[in-house]
Ligand binder design. Structure first.
Ligand SMILES: Cc1ncc(COP(=O)(O)O)c(C=O)c1O
Length: 493
């Protein structure tokens, strides 16, 4: 057993951390030095069991784009599920509550089980509909396709395969492509992408030197050094080497090349956001050779880049987009939306599983679409992009941050070596210092570093300008204090 992370004065959090470390393997989480315990959450904030408030700079992991537990979203979600019958009583201001009826017994006795009371169940949308169809699924599929197609670049995306996680959506997209023509057995993937850990999603993640590689996957380069800092964003990039790599692949494998999968930006790979011209180059190559173009928007979708979908921003028209994370704002649901003529090559059951198209996920998608279609969340995201660029760029003054990159409301800050610490150790110390925050005051919840030394900044898209300024000020304060400490002692205490 690995020793649990513990912080002084956090008895409740420490107890939870100890239990988890005793009964769950560390493999279940990616490493983070804070291992924050989240007791409750609202909007852009989490609270620890000790009552400390933390700005959420992760949005779960790019999931809670509309913030945590948004009341209007929750009501819509409950209404889609037909849960009003389970309301205890009208809530504040007459709003229907979604808490379960007090008449529902909390624990059943033997006699309850034998003679079920008439009010033990209420009629609502089923939570599981395997092998059946629900009207809510029909509504969700129609609304999702309509929304996706309403944006420039969405024309080809006419059919939905649901799933429960991002990696499953990727798996299904790749299955569909590979089934289209079994003689075309090779997949092109951009190097250092992250598409998930399971099955084919794992196979197209990373690069050719990682362990356990699938020989069907051929990796190509993705712009990184050219876009590793915001100061480079207005410099033109030379696409010739990328074009040559593609031509070389075609020469070597020709029509065996079936599809190409990429992310709009390298997320898990360390926040590298390419120019639109790179995406367009990939698309042109695909079109020239009838190669299917799959854009993994599991992380980028629903507003992250400042657009509903990144394909619009990057000016491409993919054959498939994989959606997830923010799609359900917290309810596990994902989908691949793409060409029905290609998906038709799969037969009954070849892409089915227990949770795909489950009504809970469909209700969450509908509630999330309602919010995006009726509010100014995308405008808010775009308005705050320069605020975050400025606030994050200011961190370079501390000497602990070397590079800043991003778009919309998803940024990466690359740490620098300092005071005898490597940039990776500095990143860990920043995550810890942000968590501890101001003495007796707010902190910031950050994910553990990506790609070693990059800290992801991705607050909910509904963060207000005042909250953005306040939290960026707090981050500057804690990073400055850490820099002073590191330069005084040469190492963390
Ligand atoms: C771009 C991208 N694709 C796919 C995935 C995998 O999603 P999941 O963890 O839901 O399987 C992720 C997860 O971080 C991701 O960022």
């Amino acid at each position: 057993m690995t020793a649990p992370i513990q912080f002084a004065g956090e008895d409740l959090s420490n107890t939870a951390r100890r239990t988890i470390s005793r009964q769950e393997p560390v493999a279940l989480r990616t490493f983070t030095p804070s291992q924050t315990v989240l007791a409750r959450s609202a909007g852009v904030f989490h609270w620890t069991p000790e009552g400390r408030r933390l700005y959420d700079y992760s949005s779960g992991v790019l999931v809670a784009n509309l913030g945590h537990n948004p009341l209007r979203w929750m009501k819509r979600f409950a209404n889609y599920m037909g849960w009003s019958a389970a309301s205890a009583s009208p809530g504040k201001n007459g709003d229907p509550s979604v808490s379960p009826s007090p008449s529902l017994p909390l624990s059943l006795s033997a006699s309850d089980i034998e003679t079920t009371p008439a009010d033990a169940y209420f009629p609502a949308v089923t939570m599981t509909a395997y092998n059946a169809v629900t009207p809510i699924e029909a509504q969700a599929v129609e609304r999702l396709v309509k929304n996706v197609q309403s944006w420039p670049g969405g024309k080809r995306l006419d059919t939905v395969m649901w799933a429960a996680s991002g990696s499953e959506a990727i798996q299904k997209a790749l299955w569909a492509c590979l089934h289209r023509d079994e003689a075309r057995d090779l997949i092109i993937a951009t190097r250092y992408g992250f598409h998930g850990k399971k099955g084919l999603a794992g196979a197209v993640t990373g690069c050719e030197t990682d362990h356990d590689r699938d020989p069907r996957v051929k990796f190509i380069s993705f712009p990184m050094s050219e876009v590793d800092d915001m100061s480079k964003y207005d410099q033109p990039i030379d696409l010739a080497p990328y074009r040559q790599e593609l031509e070389k692949l075609w020469k070597e494998y020709g029509r065996r090349l079936n599809c190409l999968i990429t992310e709009p930006y390298l997320g898990g790979g360390g926040s590298y956001h390419p120019p639109a011209s790179y995406m367009q180059l990939l698309q042109t190559f695909c079109r020239e050779h009838d190669i299917l173009f799959i854009l993994d928007e599991v992380q980028a979708n629903f507003g992250r880049t400042g657009r509903m979908f990144a394909f619009e921003k990057y000016g491409v028209e993919p054959d498939f987009v994989a959606l997830g994370k923010g799609l359900g704002n917290g309810v596990p649901v994902s989908a691949v939306v793409g060409r029905g003529d290609v998906m038709a090559s799969l037969k009954y059951g070849e892409a089915s599983d227990t949770w795909s198209a489950n009504p809970l996920g469909c209700a969450a998608v509908l509630a999330t679409l309602d919010e995006f279609e009726s509010t100014r969340v995308l405008e808010n995201t775009r308005a705050l992009t320069p605020v975050f660029f400025e606030g994050l760029n200011r961190l370079k003054e501390t000497g602990l941050v070397a590079k800043v990159r991003g778009e919309g409301l998803v940024f990466g800050i690359e740490c620098a070596d300092c005071g005898g610490l490597s940039s990776k150790q500095v990143a860990i110390e920043i995550v810890k210092a942000a968590y501890l925050g101001r003495k007796g005051g707010d902190g910031i919840h950050l994910l553990g570093p990506l790609a070693g030394n990059v800290i992801r900044i991705s607050p909910p898209n509904v963060i207000s300008a005042a909250q953005a300024r306040d939290s960026l000020g707090l981050l500057h304060e804690v990073v400055t204090q850490l820099a002073e400490k590191l330069s005084a002692v040469g190492a963390p205490s």
